[in-house]
Design a binder for this molecule. Structure first.
Ligand SMILES: Cc1cc2nc3c(=O)[nH]c(=O)nc-3n(C[C@H](O)[C@H](O)[C@H](O)COP(=O)(O)O)c2cc1C
Length: 216
């Protein structure tokens, strides 16, 4: 039940030594792969890292966050801007059954094709798509009883932290300059089950009817 997963999911940062199976990692990844995206462009790549030395390097890139090196596995979530290149974008639309006229229309529309606007706009749209995939993966992990934590504080093109450091992380992961390590999803079994504490803004603070500030 998705409501259970949403209600019970929490960021888990302390893991036991128990290994998360490849079968479960694949099941989590499959939920990311099935997420919706803008014109179905799917501008993502997911790289599973289990090698301890590589996890240590990723932990360093995340400012030394221990949950990265202690996780059983880390899913590196890569924003792939090259997915918007006309030939790749057109191919995915063809696969979905769109006709050439529609494809041409989408490719030439600045509203539908952010790559016409520039690198920044493309990155922005790509990051937007990633959130759905990562969100889905967190819910599947919860459903499987696997703890996870999204790690967004990482040296990359968005944080501009440690430029040399992120160049070597990119090399380790095999990324090119159109591919950004946006965030990581650490996976592991919770060391000691902690209660779920949802510290959130009040419903009425963020939900309105018809006009901002009008209560629903
Ligand atoms: C995009 C994003 C980036 C995040 N980056 C980090 C991070 O680098 N390190 C960390 O410990 N938690 C990180 N978190 C987890 C948040 O701190 C956490 O979701 C928030 O405090 C709410 O707690 P909950 O997940 O337990 O409900 C991130 C969450 C999101 C959505």
């Amino acid at each position: 039940m998705v409501l259970n997963a949403i209600t019970n999911r929490k960021s888990v940062r302390l893991y036991s030594d128990r290994i998360v199976s490849d079968e479960d990692i694949k099941s989590i990844l499959n939920c990311g792969v099935m997420a919706p995206s803008w014109v179905n462009v799917q501008p993502w790549q997911f790289i599973v890292v289990k090698n301890q030395d590589h996890k240590e390097i990723l932990s360093q890139a995340a400012g030394g966050q221990k949950q990265v090196s202690n996780a059983s596995a880390v899913i590196c979530c890569v924003a792939d801007m090259s997915a918007w290149e006309a030939d790749k974008f057109a191919k995915i639309m063809e696969k979905q059954g769109r006709n050439s006229q529609t494809i041409e229309y989408i490719l030439s529309s600045t509203m539908l094709n952010p790559s016409l606007l520039g690198e920044y706009e493309t990155l922005l749209r790509t990051v937007e798509q990633m959130s759905y995939a990562i969100g889905y993966m967190t819910l599947r992990a919860e459903e499987l009883g696997i703890g996870c934590c999204i790690i967004g504080a990482v040296a990359n093109e968005l944080t501009l932290k440690d430029k040399n450091g992120f160049a070597s992380v990119k090399e380790m992961l095999g990324l090119n300059d159109k591919q950004v390590l946006l965030s990581m999803l650490t996976l592991g079994y919770e060391k000691e089950i902690m209660p779920v504490r949802k510290s959130r803004k009040e419903f009425d603070e963020v939900v309105s009817l018809e006009k901002l500030g009008s209560k629903f």
